[in-house]
Ligand binder design. Structure first.
Ligand code: KG4
Ligand code: ZN
Length: 348
């Protein structure tokens, strides 16, 4: 069986074709970086219009690369939550119409759960049960994953997501958009010990992340004590040192909390997904930590870390248990349940 998957939740338009044996036949991504960079962030209306323009050519491109036609498709998958509502609506509408026209089943998938399923796709073997760490532009969360279809959120951020912190600090350092890769490049020639930035929540028992204090500490380091005074963005070695020290703090927070969650749950496998998992310093630190803890680490290659549609192969698992999308499937911009904050866990 061949599935076509569509991803339009934020600022990458992506399509993929995979089989029910989880073989990726095509994985195509059109980034919108050039459209949003002068605004230093994603502009929702621009993102939605770009999806509208690009989606059909991207579906054609995926079919072309897989050497298939529409008649060879047996199912459609789409990320319908979470994300920017205008962007999600483009992908969901297209997916619903395609499924109707081709008379094939439609499966709706949670984008964040898909980020973890990318590990399953990359490993090409079972990775469950595992602890899941999702570090993206919109989410920083820990999941107890019994199986691909049973994930409970056991930890969350109280404020910013890790990727969001990278993007905001990149803007403060005048490093451009998207911030993560830019900060990583700048950090490569900096001293990670130059600035003693806070590791918020790390000493706390709760499985919660916080990055807003760290972000404010970087702002103070740039401005001095009076934030109302305009400050020249730092340059040269100082900028590299700020980037390296910030990145080091984020890595230590993520790795420390993940270690706590591994010890608490007793899980022996760790799956990591989302754009920030493309960061080499984080990948190395996670590899060192998991080796010490005797835990098996799964991190996808770069092409499956950042937003893509191949990770929506989680749809195959849903299809197998008959979990198909209803005719009135909607786009859900928000993750509805916030009970994870109170320690109850949130089924995905
Ligand atoms: O998963 P993703 O592509 O989209 C969302 O679902 O949000 O993640 C995007 C985020 C952005 O905040 C971006 O700055 C960050 O991932 N990112 C990185 C790196 N590459 C992307 N952060 C740190 N280091 C990187 N190399
Ligand atoms: Zn994502």
């Amino acid at each position: 069986m061949n599935f076509l998957a569509i991803e339009t939740s934020c600022d990458e338009t992506a399509t993929a074709i995979f089989t029910d044996q989880l073989q990726i036949l095509a994985n195509v991504v059109a980034s919108q970086t050039e459209l949003h960079s002068r605004f230093r962030g994603v502009v929702p209306e621009i993102a939605a219009r770009a999806h509208l323009q690009r989606l059909l050519p991207l579906i054609d491109e995926a079919l072309h690369r897989a050497q298939l036609t529409l008649a060879d498709l047996h199912g459609i998958a789409v990320h319908n939550t979470p994300g920017l509502v205008g962007s999600l609506l483009i992908g969901v509408s297209a997916a619903k119409m395609l499924a109707l026209a081709l008379d094939v089943p439609l499966v709706a998938v949670n984008h964040v759960a898909s980020h973890l399923y990318a590990c399953r796709m990359a490993a090409q073997r079972d990775i469950f049960p595992c602890l899941g760490l999702v570090v993206s532009g919109g989410h920083t969360a820990l999941f107890h994953c019994e199986s691909a279809l049973s994930m409970k959120r056991i930890g969350n951020t109280r404020d910013d997501a890790a990727g969001e912190a990278f993007d905001k600090v990149a803007a403060m350092l005048n490093l451009g958009f998207p911030g993560g890769p830019a900060v990583e490049r700048e950090a490569a020639r900096g001293d990670p010990k130059a600035f003693a930035f806070p590791r918020s929540m790390l000493a706390d028992d709760r499985l919660e992340f916080s990055f807003s204090g760290l972000k404010t500490a970087v702002r103070y380091a740039i401005h001095g004590q009076d934030l109302s005074q305009p400050a020249e963005p730092p340059t040269g070695q100082r900028r590299a040192d700020l980037a390296a020290s910030f990145q080091q703090a984020v890595v230590e927070i993520l790795v420390g909390k993940t270690r706590q969650a591994l010890r608490r749950t007793g899980l022996r496998r760790l799956a990591v997904g989302g754009g920030v998992s493309a960061n080499q310093a984080l990948r190395t630190a996670l590899a060192v930590m998991t080796a010490k803890e005797g835990v098996e680490l799964f991190i996808p290659p770069m092409s499956l870390c950042t937003d893509n549609a191949a990770m929506a192969a989680l749809a195959v698992e849903k299809f197998r248990v008959g979990d198909l999308a209803p005719d009135d499937l909607d786009a859900e911009p928000n993750w509805k349940d916030t009970s994870a904050r109170h320690g109850n866990g949130t089924p995905v």
